[in-house]
Design a binder for this molecule. Structure first.
Ligand code: NAD
Length: 474
């Protein structure tokens, strides 16, 4: 594996005239340079993808599956090399970085095991009507900085499996591990099928307006998602937007506090809370309120925070200064609220880097910014409720609608409450995770469209109706 990070364009390594620093969030110091793709390089990547589309799109699903699985296996062999790069640029503990890449390998394989059959819509003796799917063309894939590898894998898996080719652009905060994924593609996929280019936000904007790109698969924040949609409108690109969330977890009165506390904690603090579908607010009944606060506080106080390269660290820093400042601003705002009680954390760590102690906020109120906004950090508000109908109403009182969860011993009652929550995925007694066969996406401003599952696969294709008269029909 080379030390110099390069784009992958038409199956070849390329640098750029310009470069930018990549900062290690555990030290707040730059540790590597990343090439900054020019507009001309993006144009060449799109041309390469378009060129490769002709033969890639004609291959069978089985042939494309074989190639993508070969790519996944080659990626698996590089987990030990790519893992530390991911930890240095993203901040997450090394074990979790390797787990993310392993998860990407798994998802690549599992997503390409799905099938999208021709659908017989009607055969009434007069006509046979079929629904078939065509590859779309060139996909522009844009990823955020929290899970660069697994989110890229989702886009690669279905984008390529559907018969499209791709230009993939990682976040400028975490471009390096994704560029190494591009190296793996050079060795395993035909040139031009997967191009990986790094750059700033401008590069993303150029992609969304590029006439040679047919579809945008975007994962990131709500404000950027709106810009992406507006810009893609110019060429009527197909778009999926996987955006932010403010996931509620509703605990019912019969929940087993001892069992659920570790799971709720993990759902809120994994990846330092920087997960679109993290638990971002808990609604707890009066009866269980204090035991829940106590349990979560205890775990927060004993959680080991530090440089992800150090053994035994469970949580790393916030990924970048902007996010660190945003989360500290929410904590400061919370401290100004008279009712809220910070029972753990509420402060930075006394060391370089963007570290915030795991923070639990009891007696949070509905109108607090911490409750209304997406914190995307290790700060968890816990709200009290009397009546579950009221909890559902308050959980739905948001422009977000990504995921949610209901915690109970009565799974069927949990499912009934789940169905009343306005969110794309609602788990009973679980929170956080994606599975290859489960369509993922948000209600309301949490997104447009779905990725994963056959619904996600179909979204990377153009449906076509074929209506055939049947001979002899009157
Ligand atoms: P972001 O919107 O700032 O950036 C995401 C990507 O968009 C980056 O690659 C960035 O360079 C690019 N970009 C920026 N401006 C652009 C423009 N005008 N046109 C095109 N591309 C542009 O998001 P972020 O801060 O990197 O990520 C955090 C957000 O992502 C959170 O809100 C989180 O909830 C969300 N997220 C959602 C999901 C999901 O699946 N729903 C998953 C992970 C993260």
């Amino acid at each position: 594996m080379s030390d110099q990070f390069t784009h992958t364009i038409d199956g070849k390594a390329e640098t750029s005239e310009r470069s930018f620093d990549v900062v290690n969030p555990a030290t707040a110091q730059p540790f590597a340079k990343c090439p900054d793709a020019s507009r001309e390089q993006l144009d060449r990547a799109v041309t390469a993808a378009r060129g490769a589309f002709a033969s890639w799109s004609r291959k069978s699903f089985a042939a494309r599956r074989e190639a993508i699985v070969a790519f996944a296996h080659a990626l698996a062999k590089r987990i030990d090399a790519i893992g530390p790069v991911l930890t240095r640029e993203q901040g997450k503990p090394l074990g979790q970085a390797k787990w993310e890449i392993g998860g990407a390998v798994h998802e690549l394989e599992a997503m390409c095991a799905l099938t999208l059959e021709t659908q017989l819509i009607r055969n009434d003796g007069k006509h046979r009507v079929e629904l078939i799917y065509h590859p779309l063309g060139v996909v522009g894939a844009i990823t955020p900085w929290n899970f660069p590898i697994i989110l890229a894998a989702h886009k690669i898996a279905h984008g390529l499996y559907a018969g499209n080719t791709m230009v993939l652009k990682p976040s400028p905060y975490t471009p390096l591990a994704t560029l190494l994924m591009g190296e793996v593609a050079r060795d395993t996929l035909p040139p031009g099928v997967l191009n990986v280019v790094a750059g700033g936000n401008d590069l993303g904007a150029w992609m969304t307006e590029h006439p040679g790109i047919d579809r945008i698969s975007f994962t990131g924040s709500v404000p950027t998602g709106k810009r992406v949609m507006a810009s893609a409108a110019g060429t009527l690109k197909r778009v999926t937007l996987e955006l932010g969330g403010n996931d509620p977890a509703i605990v019912l009165e019969d929940a087993n506090v001892g069992e659920i506390v570790p799971n709720l904690f993990r759902g809120a603090f994994l990846n330092a809370g920087q997960i679109c579908m993290a638990v971002k607010r808990i609604y707890a009944p009066e009866k269980l309120y204090e035991p829940l606060v106590e349990g979560l506080t205890k775990l927060a106080l004993s959680h080991r925070v530090g440089d992800g390269m150090d053994a035994d660290v469970e949580m790393g820093p916030l990924q970048n200064k902007m996010q660190f400042d945003k989360v500290m601003d929410l904590i400061d705002d919370t401290k100004r609220n008279k009712s809220a009680r910070i029972t753990a954390g509420g402060h930075t760590l006394n060391r370089p880097g963007y570290f915030i102690a795991p923070t639990v906020v009891a007696d949070a109120e509905d109108d607090m910014r911490l409750v209304r906004e997406e914190q995307f950090g290790p700060v968890l508000p816990i709200l009290k409720y009397k009546d579950v109908n009221d909890a559902v109403r308050r959980a739905n009182d948001t422009r977000f609608g990504l995921c949610a969860s209901v915690w109970t011993e009565d799974y069927e009652r949990g499912a009934d409450v789940a169905k009343r929550i306005e969110a794309g995925t609602v788990w009973v007694n679980h929170h956080v995770g994606s599975e290859a066969d489960m369509p993922f996406g948000g209600f309301k401003e949490s997104g447009i469209g779905r990725e994963l599952g056959t619904m996600g696969l179909a979204s990377y294709m153009e449906p076509q109706v074929i209506k055939i008269p049947l001979r002899g029909a009157g």
